[in-house]
Design a protein around this ligand. Structure first.
Ligand code: SUG
Length: 446
């Protein structure tokens, strides 16, 4: 039976904006209050999805969330009509209001952690939505994320959906952005690599001093338990705390893996030598490629700016691997030079394809942030909600949908416009029909 990895990208929502909400994420802070283009952002994302299907990959789409999040604003005491809620919150608590308007669910690498059936004790695919407790605007996501995942992977025979971990910083969980799976073949038991930023229950252990470590070891361990993973097939590695302080807010900003390749910066991990030896030992006898980028080749700052490691490494039908990189990598001389040389070397990576995802990049979201990976068998593929899979027709339908409903430009000051709420809800209502999701949004349940 054929096994492969599918990518489920987040569709950028109609309120995509730059509000500087993510302390520790340099791009988010630098672009605070810049004007955004929701239409361009959504189209850039769709174009990348289509390009991956053209490369022979299975590509799906995850619906965005309802924003502005009126239910959360009401929970915080803003009342009256929806238009009143918007204007009161924008006037009285602008920072909270902006957090309730973020389109951050587009970065589906943070939607959940996924373990394929080859790794789990009940041989089903397990999903745990990330609680994203470290940032208020992101902590609004997990409940609806769970609903969208259940509507996308609806078949209980193949898919198990867990509740997100307790909403507390001790169990701060950022999902697949801090999780990589290494394997010889997608359908064989793999090694699940959980990368955490700090120990929550042992503060004597090293931790960053300036920026927050969003993922805790204890959260990673809880996810591994929930998914029924075998201890022999799990490795916990600590992220280098100094790099978190330099702006590496998720592990996928500094390392990425696919099958038997781990591509990472030499400073990515705390006590790197020991961590790599541990990975190698647990991976077993099969061939494993460590592609380690030295600081002398690409500095940490260039890696963060270009998102060299927030690339997707995909396996093509002919066995070659390809890197899906943001155009920002091509524009950075050290990084472009590195990638030109990489494809000539003796590693499985033979191609680099560049994609313009600048609208997302300005908020610190590269190609890898925009996708959630799900390794699956053909049977599991057939059990996925087929309307969420991208093909030529669905691509065109979604592009037209964006053209109909999305604004060309948006500024944070536009977020309190009641018309934007109406436009967003109209768009999302139609989207649930296109993707056959049922009623996943709070406004659909009134
Ligand atoms: O959580 N940015 C996101 C970017 C997430 C990137 N994901 C991965 N690395 N997997 C974040 O920091 C910025 C929103 C704003 O500032 O408007 C934001 O949420």
């Amino acid at each position: 039976m054929k096994q492969f990895e599918a990518n489920f990208d987040g569709l950028v929502g109609p309120t995509h904006n730059y509000a500087g909400l993510s302390y520790g994420n340099v791009a988010s802070l630098n672009n605070a209050s810049a004007s955004s283009s929701p239409k361009q952002a959504a189209k850039q994302g769709l174009k990348k999805m289509k390009a991956l299907t053209d490369l022979g990959m299975v590509q799906g789409v995850l619906a965005p969330q309802e924003r502005p999040d009126i239910a959360s604003l009401r929970r915080l005491g803003f009342s009256g009509t929806d238009a009143n809620v918007l204007s009161l919150a924008a006037k009285q608590a602008p920072a909270i209001f902006q957090a309730c308007c973020s389109a951050s669910s587009m970065w589906t690498a943070n939607a959940a952690t996924v373990s394929p059936s080859a790794d789990t004790s009940d041989t089903k695919i397990h999903f745990t939505p990330a609680n994203l407790t470290n940032k208020y605007h992101r902590s609004l996501e997990p409940e609806v994320t769970g609903k969208i995942l259940k509507a996308t992977f609806a078949n209980r025979e193949h898919f198990v959906h867990h509740e997100h971990l307790p909403d507390n910083e001790h169990f701060g969980d950022e999902g697949a952005a801090n999780h990589t799976r290494l394997c010889s073949e997608y359908g064989k038991a793999g090694l699940e690599l959980f990368v955490y930023g700090r120990h929550a229950f042992d503060t004597s252990k090293p931790a960053p001093k300036k920026f927050p470590a969003r993922q805790t070891l204890e959260a990673s361990q809880a996810v591994a338990r929930l998914h029924g993973l075998n201890d022999d097939n799990v490795v916990y590695v600590q992220q280098n705390p100094d790099l978190i302080d330099q702006g590496v807010f998720h592990n996928d900003v500094i390392a990425v893996g696919n099958r038997n390749v781990l591509f990472f910066h030499e400073q990515a991990f705390y006590q790197s030598e020991q961590a790599l030896a541990n990975i190698k030992q647990k991976f077993g006898k099969d061939e494993l490629h460590f592609i380690c980028v030295k600081t002398s080749e690409v500095s940490v700052q260039d890696a963060i700016k270009s998102y060299l490691f927030n690339t997707q490494i995909i396996s093509l039908a002919n066995g070659d691997m390809a890197i899906i990189a943001p155009t920002d990598c091509k524009e950075n001389p050290a990084v472009a030079n590195y990638l030109d040389k990489l494809v000539q070397q003796n590693t499985p990576i033979k191609h680099v394809y560049y994609h313009d995802v600048k609208q997302s990049m300005r908020n610190g979201g590269g190609p890898a942030c925009l996708r959630l990976r799900v390794a699956m068998t053909e049977k599991e593929h057939a059990a996925v909600n087929q309307h969420t899979l991208i093909n030529d027709a669905q691509f065109e339908r979604l592009n037209n949908w964006v053209d109909t409903h999305y604004r060309e430009t948006l500024h944070v000051n536009d977020l309190s416009d009641p018309q934007l709420l109406i436009e967003s809800r109209t768009a999302l209502d139609e989207l649930t029909q296109i993707l056959h999701l049922g009623s996943v949004y709070p406004f659909q349940q009134i």
